[in-house]
Design a protein around this ligand. Sequence first.
Ligand SMILES: [Zn+2]
Length: 468
Amino acid sequence: MNKRVALLSVLLLLASSGLAVQTGTHHTLLAPLHRATAGLYEASPPEKTVVFVVLDTVRADRLHACGYARPTTPTLDGLVANGASLTCEARAPGSWTLPSHASFFTGLPVHEHQTDKTSGGCETDCFGVNGAGAHRLEPGFPVLAEALSARGYQTAMISSNPVVSHFSGLDRGFDVVHAAGAWGELRGADLLAQVRSTLRHDLDPERPLFLFVNIAEAHDPFLGVPYMHPYLPARWMRDYSRDEGSEWERLLADTLDPAEREDLLAHLGDLYDYGIERADGALGGVVDLLERHGWTKAGVRLVVVSDHGEYLGEHGLFDHGVDLLEPQQRVPLLVYDTDGAPTLPGGPISALAAHDLVKEGRLPATPAPVVASTSRSPWFALRHHLHIGASAAAAEWLGDAKTLVHADGAVHTDLSADPGEARYAPVAPHEGLLPVEVLYRQADALDRSVTDDAELVQMLKAAGYLEE
Ligand SMILES: [Zn+2]
């Protein structure tokens, strides 16, 4: 099967599925007619196009391609049916967007680049996000876009997530950057319109292309599910106000009555699945546009990963950015290559492998340790109604054996026997704690800077961590 036919067959499979492709891929039914008239926009790159897509906030267990019952992922299903390699056992290196993207771009674990939350507000070399402070990616760390640029690629970033932008330094090395300036921008049809515009107008059609796209359809605030959806009940968008007494605040504080809580969890689960479906549909739209505008003629390598998952009530947690439990850390990793995709291993693998897959088209010769770390920002802990120190600062996976390091010691469990992580047992001090102990110390160091953030100080006092 030649390259073009192979990718087109993915698109036809998508179209025939009739599902989830909210924008873009319906055009594939018109592809032959379009192609006959599209000469003006056809690129002729001399080398394989390299595409890196981060599906923001997508946990592996809600993907049909990973065994979930609902048909949430016709695009991923189609890519796998056409030779892509997929693992549903990747582990995100960070707990939220910034550290994980910094790891994907640098190829380094979070404790090495230390691009994560600050202790509270923003002092120097940082930026504000969701009311907290975060470190920028420091210029000393080489990134993917620079490496591909040095090999003659033109580089383009299109991001639905405002954190993945010039604010954070994650735009370094990209010739063309179109990033959302605020949440809700560059979503859905707007994102695909930007991809289309970039492919047509921003690029040299005769140079090879490295395209990075962040798709944030599965990130909150979750959109409502429309009536007549083929497999989800109609659901309205929730109010995410954290004002005192609001439904969301009562959910986080666990003060809803059990029936209310159960109803809300079911509602949130449906909204999240709709977000996954929209993310998968946008991925299909990006693939479709690349094909239709000629960017796959010299072949294409596509790597898809998620930066973190989402808590949907497990362990009393919602959202993401705290702790390092499986709903947040277990993510998909997929590679498609017109010359044949490398086989991804079974069992936990660091999602950092995405870096080598994008840059070299293969896995690193020595697999990266499967570790994750996060700064234990007091602001984030209080926002999630956690005691400071209760949230893990580091995690390590050795097969199904998982270790978490908290402020007061380490615990471990066997995920094969305890997939819901209900039975963590203490690990004796210094027993098998390296490298997680090192990770912990480094993650902890991120939180040691003194903050003059008045709001945080007030929150810490209110929670009893600081004397009045
Ligand atoms: Zn994210």
